[in-house]
Design a protein around this ligand. Sequence first.
Ligand SMILES: *[C@@H]1O[C@H](CO)[C@@H](O)[C@H](O)[C@H]1NC(C)=O
Ligand SMILES: *[C@@H]1O[C@H](CO)[C@@H](O)[C@H](O)[C@H]1NC(C)=O
Ligand SMILES: *[C@@H]1O[C@H](CO)[C@@H](O)[C@H](O)[C@H]1NC(C)=O
Ligand SMILES: *[C@@H]1O[C@H](CO)[C@@H](O)[C@H](O)[C@H]1NC(C)=O
Ligand SMILES: *[C@@H]1O[C@H](CO)[C@@H](O)[C@H](O)[C@H]1NC(C)=O
Ligand SMILES: *[C@@H]1O[C@H](CO)[C@@H](O)[C@H](O)[C@H]1NC(C)=O
Length: 669
Amino acid sequence: MLSLQIIVYILSFLHASDRKEASLVCRSWYNASQDQRYQVTYPEPKPPCTLWGVGVFIPYISPFIDLQREVTFSFPASASALELVKGLSRKSHCSLRISQLDGFSISRSLLLEVGACLGSKVESLALPGSSITEASLLNLLPCLTSLRRLDLRGLDSLFMSGAFLSREEHRQQVRSALCGLEELDLSNLRYLSDLTFTRLTGCTPRLRRLSLAGCHIAFEFDPYRGCPVGMVEDSSALLSLRNLKRLLTQQKSTLVALDLSRTSITPESLRAVAQVEDLKLEELYLQGCKELTDYSVEILVRHQPGLLKLDISECMGLTSRSVEAVAHGLKSLTHLSLSHDWRITEKGLRDLLALPGLKGLDLSQCLNISGAEMVSGLKRPGATRAQLETLNFRGCTYIKDLAVFSLAQLLGSCLRELDLTSCVNVTDLSVCAIATYLQELVVLRLGWCKEVTDWGLLGMLQKAECELHNETGENGPMFTRTFGNMGFFKPPRMPFEEKPKLLTQIDLQQFKEQAGDSLLALRRLQELDLSACIKLTDSSITQVVKYPDLQRLSLSMLPDITDAALVSVGWHCRSLTSLTLSHCPGITDRGVAQAAPHLQRLQHLYLSCCGNITDRSLHLLMQHCKRLKTVDISRCKNVSMRTVELLHSNLPFLENVHHKLIGAELFND
Ligand SMILES: *[C@@H]1O[C@H](CO)[C@@H](O)[C@H](O)[C@H]1NC(C)=O
Ligand SMILES: *[C@@H]1O[C@H](CO)[C@@H](O)[C@H](O)[C@H]1NC(C)=O
Ligand SMILES: *[C@@H]1O[C@H](CO)[C@@H](O)[C@H](O)[C@H]1NC(C)=O
Ligand SMILES: *[C@@H]1O[C@H](CO)[C@@H](O)[C@H](O)[C@H]1NC(C)=O
Ligand SMILES: *[C@@H]1O[C@H](CO)[C@@H](O)[C@H](O)[C@H]1NC(C)=O
Ligand SMILES: *[C@@H]1O[C@H](CO)[C@@H](O)[C@H](O)[C@H]1NC(C)=O
């Protein structure tokens, strides 16, 4: 047996995902994987920018996994979950996400078990998609003395009667357990009222984060009483602004994050919230608050200048005035989402990009953005500038190569995540710039960039031309005018006219010899989306998509790729957990046969509309990809219902099989 030291040393060479795998082998390997001595840190994929940012997924539950404190154990309520809960009791702390709880005895005993075995160890509890009674929750909550985060989102069953926590003795029990609770998620509750809200938050006196997203909050007018809210006492039917303000006032010394997304908050109410005395918000989420105006953003910025994260996406009324207000008023801002605010133009973006702390910017679906002012903001000599780590331009059709090229150059190694989905005017030149300047990228999305070709992925543009561009524009964005004349992107000399995608062996040889920056340079990629880049073929996929850390890959809607691409991906990208190949008619059972043995970590596989996939592929998946949770084989006409049923009995973690319009159902028609 190897000594612990040696195992620790060997494991130190592995990437994060491999270490995680290795930790499952046995106890001593688990021990070794925990050793920090030689540990190299790899960038972890960032969770999406949501208030609760949790959701790390573990393929199967093992009491040994403890690599990150943030790991959440996620499982549906079932008899086997009881065993699992017992197993978890060996851990010193844990986070639970238990779905599909109901009023029946299994759910009740599961909650009792959680309370008994894990009581003081649970730091975070979420109960999505459940309908539990007050009684079973009240059996559990008083045991959870270390709870930091409680997610009751959408649990209407708890609030419908309005009697939740109506007895003082229950409130006392819950209060003594939850007095350290920091995060409370009450989003999407239809029946939250002043009374239940006050009773619950009375038990949680030191909240740092509160979500009321999607709740029916009466901001101005109480439709039940026909009078303005706040004139009368607490309502048993509605949560009112008055009550929310009361909570903010009571807990202002701890509360820093508030989510009021998808509520009907009015400009006047936002002002009232922002002006709560001594409230110092760091994060505010107002996604889809359609009534908000530029003026209300200006007021907000004035009263909450310490905001770090602001989400004002899908606030259709906002214009560039809001952007200017944010740029001038929120000097510490780190994250801003303006997604779907289609009235926003370039105006104000120059100043926004001068905010030195800005790390994340979401401009997806801001249709009028071209990027020019952003480039200008980043180029301003002597000024501070944003070090963006994530940038989202999804659906910004005015974004062109020039902007991508300049931004890539200016943002360089700080950028981790770039989304250019549906930037239809982006071409190979942008891909070349990305490969040259953005080599630290972890996430790259180029879906629907239909002009992108194999040449771009292979980095086979003429280098001289890329460099020419680099030298222009000493004093700002002056290069735009000469851009068109520079012969910037000359198609390579090739039999190009009819099928620009056909590369010859000689070309590939040349590619391998010239040390150009192909997309291969992005060694850290964990997510790559090339779906519907319809000009791509096996030529580039087999040469470039070779990323040891890649976890999520989409190659859907690539009509020209064949099994060769799949086989290559399987061989080179063994960390894949999600693979999308929908609408790829060239993928067949033969490709699956060669790739599946290497894709043992696969959890999600999408093969819809792959007409050449048959039952044989499903048998191969059962044999090799034991961790599959999602399989989509809709419209695969040669797949039979019988085999789908086999899939269910052979894959222990399978949750969803999408099988619309497969063989058997066609016969029924
Ligand atoms: C694992 O580590 C713990 C504490 O470091 C030690 O007590 C235990 O014996 C180790 N187990 C094995 C199998 O090495
Ligand atoms: C922004 O884009 C929309 C939709 O494309 C267009 O109707 C509108 O005129 C544009 N606004 C400005 C200020 O360019
Ligand atoms: C962007 O591409 C679309 C579709 O390919 C085209 O119609 C449009 O003219 C282009 N826009 C610009 C500004 O080049
Ligand atoms: C771009 O220009 C700068 C300064 O002019 C130079 O240092 C840098 O190496 C150039 N980058 C490339 C990729 O040519
Ligand atoms: C099967 O593959 C062939 C060759 O790749 C392709 O031409 C054909 O359209 C595919 N069949 C279906 C039903 O997708
Ligand atoms: C699918 O089934 C049809 C009809 O049974 C058959 O003609 C066809 O060859 C099958 N396709 C494949 C890829 O097996």
